[in-house]
Design a protein around this ligand. Structure first.
Ligand code: GLY
Length: 357
């Protein structure tokens, strides 16, 4: 359990210092830059820096943590710093952080001087099991997440299980949502194993298996023409709820919490439209509600949520396209959902009884 091969790059798992040093040495880079935020600079950069053989030819680019940084303004800031530091085309950008850093850093690197090499060292569970694998880079515009971006694969990914010890429990649960999704869309045995595990202390093996599931899907369909769309289960409605929450809530939902709400709505749609049995739907909903509780959604927000879904980048020909389940561990892409069906699923979610423990 230490290296997975992705599309055309390795994903190194644990004890990453040796692999990173070897990668930098072999790449013969003129300079390298580490993109970090105020959290990873404190908690993760020292671990990386201590393990580096070459300590004199890199600079650090630090940005603010948080989704607000995933904007064109911050991207311009990174490009300008690369220019000021004299980054040439043979430079390497090391993205050390969560999904914001890997998406934004990947985008900045893939466009700077028509593209320089970059690698990811994801430090949150969410970015380890999702954002860092598969080559999606992106920035947001207003409340539209990842509306601008490229498919550009990193040159390598380095994942360290012990970084999870630096994270608040809520951030770990955000990543757990994507791991649960990986089981639901492709692997019933993994779903079963994961939901019965000690979720407060996720094992390296469970994380590795989740990355392997995602990796298998992106290898089969790197640019999301078909199969990769299954990874969007829960995300059509989840993204809309996340965008809404980011704009309106004092303490907004994490990505994973919003995706859980989206998965519950889309499990309902799966039962209505793609053959998911009532028993399976109930199992999914009870498990997710038991783990995450319920987000209070007011009916007055439904038109706004529907409007956000209409602008989703996954839509085609004016249709809202959802990836749904046909069973636990099996999914179906390209299910066109009408506005009425989507609103119906939101109503279903809002009506769910949930007694807080
Ligand atoms: N996060 C979904 C994907 O990488 O396709």
């Amino acid at each position: 359990m230490n290296t997975l091969q992705s599309i055309n790059y390795p994903i190194h798992f644990n004890n990453i210092a040796a692999a990173l040093n070897q990668f930098i040495k072999q790449g013969n880079y003129s300079r390298f830059f580490i993109l970090t935020d105020e959290h990873t600079v404190k908690h993760c950069l020292p671990i990386i820096r201590d393990g580096l053989d070459q300590t004199d030819n890199f600079d650090i680019i630090e940005i603010n943590a948080g989704e607000e940084s995933k904007s064109i303004d911050f991207c311009v800031g990174i490009w300008k710093m690369l220019i000021d530091f004299g980054a040439d085309r043979n430079s390497l950008l090391i993205n050390l952080g969560g999904g914001v850093i890997t998406d934004l850093g990947g985008f900045a690197a893939s466009t700077y001087k028509r593209g320089i090499d970059f690698v990811h060292i994801p430090t949150t569970l969410l970015s380890q099991v999702d954002a860092s694998v598969g080559g999606k880079t992106g920035i947001d515009i207003d409340n539209l997440k990842n509306i601008i971006g490229t498919f550009t694969q990193p040159k390598a990914v380095f994942i360290e299980h012990r970084f999870l010890q630096t994270l608040p429990a809520r951030q770990v649960r955000s990543g757990l949502a994507e791991m649960l999704k990986h089981g639901l869309i492709t692997d019933a045995a993994y779903w079963e194993k994961l939901k019965n595990s000690d979720l407060e202390n996720l094992s390296a093996e469970l994380i590795y298996d989740s990355i392997a599931i995602k990796n298998k899907v992106v290898i089969a369909d790197p640019t999301e023409r078909g199969l990769r769309k299954i990874l969007n289960f829960g995300h059509t409605i989840g993204h809309a709820i996340e965008s809404y929450s980011l704009e309106h809530d004092e303490n907004p939902l994490t990505h994973g919490e919003a995706v859980v709400a989206g998965m519950i709505c889309e499990a309902y749609l799966s039962h209505q439209k793609s053959g998911l049995s009532l028993t399976a739907m109930e199992e999914i909903i009870n498990t997710l509600l038991g783990l995450y509780g319920k987000y209070e959604l007011d009916e007055a927000t439904f038109p706004m949520l529907n409007d956000i879904m209409r602008k989703d980048k996954k839509n085609q020909g004016g249709n809202i396209n959802c990836s749904l389940l046909s069973n636990i561990g099996e999914s179906k892409i390209d299910n066109i959902c009408t506005d009425e069906e989507l609103v119906e699923s939101l109503k279903f979610y809002a009506s769910l009884e949930y007694a807080k423990a």
